[in-house]
Ligand binder design. Structure first.
Ligand SMILES: [Zn+2]
Length: 179
């Protein structure tokens, strides 16, 4: 049996790398709020080229821009309140995670989120949604993550991600390490 390639779901920061969509197999999804974020960002003129690429990809159905059902927004809200990421997520971020859930549940597809936002990644790991980062110079480059306790601020080993802090019992999270 041939393995299905995943449906890719792109965050605004992935579009803003200027990536060529044709490098990816399979369809790409995003939400109207993500596109709106790219349009309202400063330096709109600088993004003109990217917006043109998005339009062309949408016309050829390589890129599908759609909003998730309300019930999936609700699941993401509840989950992100539990992980402590609720405040850090924009409306577009939450919609993007909700759309991934919807595609997985309603269309029975494999999904993968591309994002450079670690609050999105935190919530995705809670929901078992695979994710990847992508920077201007390639995939998953050069970020060093630090595992920390959001409550008592202690630093932990990489393998302790999502475990509980032995000092205070809070769930450990990760953030980019400043070096
Ligand atoms: Zn702690």
């Amino acid at each position: 049996m041939k393995e299905k390639s995943p449906i890719l779901i792109f965050d605004a920061n992935i579009f803003l790398t200027g990536i060529d969509f044709n490098l990816f197999k399979g369809r790409i999804y995003t939400t109207p709020k993500v596109i709106q974020e790219i349009k309202v960002r400063k330096y709109k003129d600088k993004n003109r080229n990217i917006l043109n690429k998005i339009e062309a990809a949408a016309n050829s159905k390589k890129l599908i821009i759609t909003s998730p059902l309300e019930k999936y927004n609700y699941i993401v809200e509840e989950k992100s309140k539990k992980t402590g990421d609720y405040q850090a997520l924009s409306e577009a971020d939450k919609e993007l995670i909700a759309l991934s859930l919807e595609i997985r549940e309603e269309q029975d597809e494999i999904v993968k989120i591309y994002t450079n936002d670690y609050s999105i990644e935190n919530v995705c790991s809670e929901l078992n949604i695979p994710f990847a980062s992508l920077y201007k110079d390639g995939i998953d480059s050069k970020i060093i993550w630090e595992i920390y306790c959001p409550f008592c601020k202690s630093i932990h080993k990489p393998e302790d991600l999502n475990k509980l802090c032995e000092k205070c019992g809070s769930k450990l999270k990760r953030r980019p390490k400043i070096i």
